[in-house]
Design a protein around this ligand. Structure first.
Ligand SMILES: *[C@@H]1O[C@H](CO)[C@@H](O)[C@H](O)[C@H]1NC(C)=O
Length: 347
């Protein structure tokens, strides 16, 4: 008995931990194998996007952005440090905490890291526009059950990677306007291309497993971005890879926002004298359906909190709406008919 209680507590703690501890790679929108340059650029992009000075909107939105900014900074602080990253990869956040308690280096803290990078906001404005490859969109088909409980999927991506090879090529070409004197007082203007010299490149195909974490309550059309995992670009940065959540139809439950609809068939007897039965939910848990009175065809039950999880508002959920259909007996014999007539319902 005591063991059962202990296990239950442990399970709850683990569950809560899963919700709170956001994966650092996920936070920075990069795959586990991301290199330092990719991490750095992903951090830059996100830190600029969520910097408290940049976010406008309601107090609540500002607060959420500020939390996200702190999380992003912390994630980058860990992943940009080879030693900490190794510990995190192997032992997770708990391992890092223990490492730090044992005197394994202090942190920079959010804004320090940001200033270290951008030198505050004043200096960061003259950002150079970098050309970026195309974003690649990939539809991710999920069952309603997957969206209800959440799902972690590994997708092996076969992608083109630009690699240096021997030899040189023209690069960083710019058009320049030149003027040539043809004769006294006669000039001709023309455009010419000036290029630099870079190492030659070749495209290589690489297979990379990418873990996509679909959170419970994910919605149709929701995007999960992997920074710079899209189309490569010569003399620029790769585009992003974006997974788009697609919800496959379900024959038993219909999703309407955060709510679920379900048609449930009861017998005529249940409809008349009441019933207590169970309905199997998407993840297999049982929901009790009960009525003490008469149920008419088309009657509804609203069951609070049995709908879809609401993303970002865990553990809140929508409602389940059960509509009843009544299955009539195929035929009655004379005795049954007589019994029913005696009820006097037609008076
Ligand atoms: C329930 O039945 C109605 C009427 O037949 C139908 O329109 C609706 O799509 C059904 N809902 C579900 C969740 O199957």
């Amino acid at each position: 008995m005591r063991w059962a209680v202990l296990l239950l507590v442990l399970a709850l703690v683990l569950r809560a931990d899963r919700v709170l501890a956001k994966d650092y790679y996920e936070l920075l929108q990069v795959p586990k194998g991301a290199n330092d340059a990719q991490l750095k650029r992903a951090y830059r992009k996100l830190a600029l996007q969520y910097h408290p000075d940049k976010v406008t909107g309601s107090e609540e939105e500002k607060k959420a952005a500020s939390q996200k900014f702190a999380d992003i900074n912390h994630a980058y602080e860990v992943l940009s440090d080879a030693e900490k990253r190794k510990i995190y990869d192997q032992y997770g956040e708990e391992g890092l905490k223990q490492h730090q308690q044992q005197g394994g280096g202090g942190g920079h803290g959010g804004n320090d890291m940001f200033n270290f990078f951008f030198g505050g906001f004043g200096g960061g404005q003259q950002e150079e526009e970098v050309r970026k490859g195309h974003t690649i969109y990939v539809d991710l088909y999920l069952t309603l059950r997957d969206l209800y409980v959440g799902k972690e999927m590994t997708v092996v991506r076969d992608k083109a990677v630009i690699k240096e090879t021997s030899g040189t090529r023209k690069c960083n070409c710019k058009m320049k306007l030149m003027t040539r004197q043809l004769g006294p007082g006669m000039f001709q203007q023309f455009q010419t291309q000036e290029c630099g010299t870079c190492p030659a490149i070749k495209l290589e195909r690489e297979q990379e497993p990418i873990t996509v974490h679909v959170e419970p309550g994910a919605t149709e059309g929701q995007q999960i971005t992997f920074f710079e995992e899209g189309e490569p670009l010569v003399d620029g940065e790769p585009g992003d890879l974006v997974f788009v959540v697609r919800q496959a139809p379900n024959t038993l439950f219909e999703r309407r926002g955060h709510d679920l609809m379900h048609n449930f068939t009861i017998t005529l007897t249940q409809a008349l004298v009441g019933f207590s039965t169970t309905l199997e939910h998407l993840d297999g848990h049982k929901v009790t359906l009960a009525s003490g009175g008469v149920t008419r065809p088309g009657d509804w039950h609203q069951i609070k909190g049995e709908g879809m999880p609401i993303l970002g508002q865990e553990p809140k959920r929508g409602d389940l709406w059960v509509q009843y259909t009544i299955s009539f007996p195929p035929a009655l014999n004379e005795a049954q008919k007589e019994t029913i007539r005696k009820m006097g319902w037609d008076r």
